[in-house]
Design a protein around this ligand. Structure first.
Ligand code: CA
Length: 336
């Protein structure tokens, strides 16, 4: 495969604090020789691990973007032992549009890894992150939330790989250190999907992510979880050993398994009436939602039920729903 055509205006090997752009060539009607300026920062000092702090992978998830913008301005090189690469608006066209996906090519960056240097802009970004950033990293933290269409109980998440005991132990410890109310895992083979986290695993980096909130907005409560969590991670891995942190309030470790953890709109679309709240403890068979039919208001609503016991981690935000939309997903307590 060809090398990336994206060029950074900063040198990741240089000591100190640098800010600049990843220049992604983009020749369009309005700007024939133009480039897309994806902001990037790097703080390198002394010996220690390299970590990627990533957000804006989905452009309408803002808690991580705000957390990282603040941290870029705050951290001093002398506090760092190793290297921190900040990629706070990683799908920059999507972040500028406030959308999950790129307005240029429709690309969902977190379904585009390991990317393609000859692909559309989103695949080019994924390829650059994979080959030029994750290849340097010992750790990668990708800060997500529910975006415009979902809301989460503030959570961290990790992927466990069957048989990779040492790695799995490290992932679980990072979830505990992050200290969100919930830390949940799913289990699948190494690098089995097209996410940034899967690329990080293939590159040998230890990775966790977050689902900090959502609804296409920022709340003080979700930001507090994100900011405190990232600081504890940086201290735990030793890259900012003396950063001031609050002790973790404790994390409930949970797991999210197969399709029975999810509730979808099964039949006709309509108006979504949630019958439970985020964080509720659920029993199998309990009603999850009533779907009301605006075009036939006298018809009884369809009642959608949960298929298993669990805790409501995630809910749909928009009031309208169509067949196939995810309305809720559950987590259950983690069992090793
Ligand atoms: Ca996301």
């Amino acid at each position: 495969m060809a090398a990336s055509r994206i060029t950074p205006t900063i040198d990741f090997e240089k000591n100190g604090r640098q800010t600049g752009f990843l220049r992604l060539l983009h020749s369009v009607h309005e700007s024939a020789y133009g480039w897309i300026p994806i902001p990037v920062a790097c703080i390198k000092n002394g010996k220690g691990p390299t970590v990627l702090l990533n957000s804006g992978n989905h452009g309408d998830e803002y808690e991580g973007q705000v957390t990282l913008m603040k941290l870029i301005r705050e951290l001093k090189p002398e506090q760092v032992q190793g290297r921190i690469i900040f990629n706070p608006a990683s799908n920059f066209p999507a972040a500028m549009a406030g959308r999950r996906t790129s307005p240029i090519d429709g690309g969902n960056l977190n379904r585009s890894f390991p990317g393609d240097p000859d692909g559309g802009v989103t695949k080019q970004i994924a390829h650059y992150i994979d080959t030029e950033i994750l290849s340097k990293c010992d750790f990668a933290f990708d800060l997500h939330s529910g975006g415009s269409s979902l809301m989460y109980v503030p959570s961290s998440l990790g992927t466990l790989v069957p048989g990779e005991t040492d790695r799995n132990t490290k992932v679980l410890e990072l979830l505990r250190q992050f200290g969100a109310p919930i830390g949940y895992v799913s289990t699948r083979p190494m690098g089995a999907d097209q996410t940034l986290g899967a690329s990080a695993s293939r590159r040998g980096a230890i990775s966790i992510g977050t689902e900090l909130g959502g609804s296409g907005t920022v709340t003080p409560a979700a930001l507090r979880v994100g900011e405190a969590g990232v600081r504890r991670l940086l201290k735990h891995i030793g890259v900012v050993p003396d950063i001031k942190v609050d002790p973790t309030p404790g994390t409930r470790l949970m797991q999210v398994g197969g399709p029975d953890y999810y509730v979808y709109t099964p039949e006709f679309g309509g108006v979504f009436e949630p019958l439970v709240e985020l964080g509720d403890e659920i029993k199998a068979g309990q009603p999850a939602a009533a779907i009301h039919f605006s075009h036939t208001p006298w018809r009884e609503p369809e009642i959608v039920k949960f298929e298993r016991d669990g805790v409501v981690l995630c809910k749909r935000i928009p009031g309208r729903t169509e067949r196939g939309d995810c309305l809720f997903h559950l987590g259950s307590d983690y069992k090793a």
